[in-house]
Design a protein around this ligand. Structure first.
Ligand code: B12
Ligand code: SF4
Length: 529
């Protein structure tokens, strides 16, 4: 069924990639080239409803095209190629996905370039950043609409309304302009909890898919799969295990609501929904038979939290797909990893997990981290994972509001003591739309020069009781250095690259960089890490 209307041809865009470059000229991390699952779901829903959909993955299609700009390596299609693609696609409307806040300026630039050449094509933005800061994003004159939260269905409703088949008030989660004023359709519902400029809605009122088994499978046929497969790196930064890899999701949302996390904005307050295991198995089978996939990453917010579901799923996977490899790049809730779970993971070829420890101090855990990690269980869990041959990476956060130097030190000590393949310590980074962001505004805790659009997880953003921003950043740098010196030889996952001095052209190649093997140090003078 072909849609007849003024807006029937949609171009979905994944923006370019960006890697921050340290003052000494070293890239802060590897490149990534991940299939954009959210866009693939939106595309599938639009296609199912008769719309014509095209995709331009600027990052993947121009993966090898790198330029140095604003102290970062940007990679993706050139402006000329991007404009030529739009000219050819002749879309009636463009939708752009913005997962990462640190990309929003580049996305605004992209919108400006598109509008300069195609002023009549409306642009709608969605994804994590617009969902947390819709009012901010609508301040950009080149953005016509924002849809917040999971938009599989609301994007279809939005197009129906543009085509005059649905009143605009019926489109969930839409921000638009009327007589120059920004308005939204969220106001119809009462939030469960409310902050400054954001609301958390329960599942019923969140305007997101309630039964995720009813969604069509992601529309990978119209995505540049070969470009994802040809890239040198893997989701989460690890090495290539199987060339033909894919991403999928078995649940949406999370039963928790940690005070720094955006999940409640995207997926409703405690809006946790599970797919039937049989449906997950059906999708794996489809990926294997249609695309000959050999490796799959589950992008769930909190994959392991529903233990009986996951244990049954792992048994089914081990029985049906013994030759496929799996990993989970999102933070894993350690409380869910008992021995039986770990044994089943090993049997189902789950070869890598990231343990979200966050903070070592149980007081910080209990007051700020809704999942309340049992910290004393962490070392034993990691040892058992290792004994079963599963690669482990531990994730920590330092610099919570009110966190003392002693509490930070506990986290550092724990990070250093664990026998993991890799760890990552991020400095607490308040994302718009989260309670921690509000607390910082209300109590005046943001450091001077704080800019929500320039997030980096290595820089201090919050004033602490007895640690200065410089000290906090130094503490983090010292741990890297120490681990680099002590454990470098032992580490085989991304830490090997993260801690590596980029001295050799192969170092750059392994990290996914193609043309830049030496960024001029002078280009970065005067910038802080
Ligand atoms: C997979 C993942 C990754 C992948 C890459 C994903 C990709 N496609 O590029 C990898 C592992 C590489 C990654 C890396 C990082 N990630 Co990450 N990642 C995720 C994760 C777990 C899942 C994303 C996903 O696919 N979800 C499933 C799909 C179905 O949902 P979705 O993409 O959100 O799409 C829906 C909506 O957003 C919306 N939508 C999406 N696009 C569009 C477009 C339009 C037009 C509309 C209307 C709607 C819309 O509708 C979609 C369907 O419902 C999220 C957490 C999360 N729950 O989103 C974090 C998340 C996106 N990552 C995050 C971060 C911080 C990072 C890192 C910076 C971590 C670090 N410290 O290094 C790096 C940065 C990478 C880099 N340097 O470029 C943050 C971003 C926060 C922010 N506002 O900036 C998130 C939200 C986690 C968190 N809560 O902190 N990440
Ligand atoms: S457990 Fe993880 S996904 Fe769930 S709310 Fe907390 S940080 Fe977010």
């Amino acid at each position: 069924m072909a849609i007849k209307g003024s807006y029937h041809r949609i171009l979905l865009i994944n923006p370019p990639g960006k890697v921050y470059v340290l003052p000494d000229g070293t890239p802060a991390h590897r490149k990534h080239c991940t299939p954009p699952l959210g866009l693939a779901y939106i595309a599938a829903n639009l296609l199912q409803n008769g719309y014509e959909v095209q995709v331009m993955d600027i990052l993947a299609e121009g993966y090898k095209n790198e330029i140095f700009k604003n102290q970062s390596i940007m990679y993706g299609l050139s402006t000329e190629d991007m404009l030529a693609r739009i000219e050819k696609a002749k879309p009636d409307i463009i939708g752009i996905s913005v997962l990462f806040s640190f990309l929003i300026f580049e996305v605004f630039e992209l919108c400006e370039t598109i509008k300069r050449h195609f002023p009549y094509i409306p642009i709608v933005l969605g994804g994590q950043h617009p969902s947390g800061a819709p009012e901010d994003v609508m301040k950009c004159d080149y953005v016509d609409y924002v849809i917040v939260a999971e938009s599989d269905q609301s994007m279809v409703f939005f197009l129906e309304s543009l085509n005059g088949r649905l009143p605009r008030s019926e489109v969930p989660n839409l921000y638009y302009r009327e007589s120059g004023e920004v308005k939204n359709t969220l106001l119809r519902h009462t939030p469960v909890t409310k902050g400054m400029g954001w609301n958390y809605y329960n599942l019923k009122n969140a305007g997101i898919p309630a039964d995720i088994d009813k969604l069509p499978f992601p529309a990978w046929d119209i995505f540049p799969l070969k470009d994802y497969w040809d890239s040198e790196v893997r989701i989460g930064g690890g090495d290539v295990v199987r060339k033909r890899h894919a991403v999928m999701i078995s649940t949406r949302g999370c039963p928790h609501a940690c005070y720094f996390c955006t999940s409640p904005l995207m997926s409703g307050y405690r809006g946790y929904r599970m797919r039937k295991n049989e449906e997950v198995i059906r999708e794996i089978g489809w990926l294997v038979s249609r695309y000959d996939i050999g490796e799959i990453a589950f992008l769930d917010d909190n994959f392991f939290v529903s233990k009986p579901r996951v244990k049954r799923l792992l048994k089914m996977i081990a029985a049906e797909f013994p030759h496929i490899y799996f990993h989970v790049p999102g933070g894993t809730e350690v409380n869910a990893l008992d021995h039986e779970m770990i044994d089943l993971m090993a049997e189902a070829n789950f070869y890598k997990v990231q343990i979200a420890v966050e903070a070592a101090d149980q007081g910080v855990q209990n007051s700020l981290i809704d999942k309340k990690v049992k910290v004393d269980q962490v070392p034993e869990t990691i040892d058992y994972l290792k004994s079963r041959g599963i690669e482990t990476r531990a994730l920590f956060m330092i610099g919570f509001p009110g966190e003392t130097r002693a509490q930070i030190q506990k986290t550092i000590d724990l990070a250093k003591s664990l026998d993991v393949d890799d760890f990552y310590i991020s400095i607490v980074t308040p994302l718009p739309g989260t309670p921690v962001y509000d607390e910082c505004i209300q109590k005046g805790l943001f450091v001077d020069g704080f800019d929500v659009n320039k997030h980096r997880y290595s820089s201090a953003k919050i004033k602490l009781p007895d640690t200065t921003p410089d000290e906090l950043e130094q503490i983090r740098r010292d741990v890297w250095q120490e681990v680099f010196n002590e454990k470098r030889k032992k580490m085989k996952s991304i830490a090997g690259d993260r801690l590596r001095q980029f001295t050799d052209v192969r170092d750059y190649e392994r990290a996914g960089f193609t043309i830049l093997n030496n960024i001029p140090k002078s280009a970065s003078q005067g910038n802080k890490k």
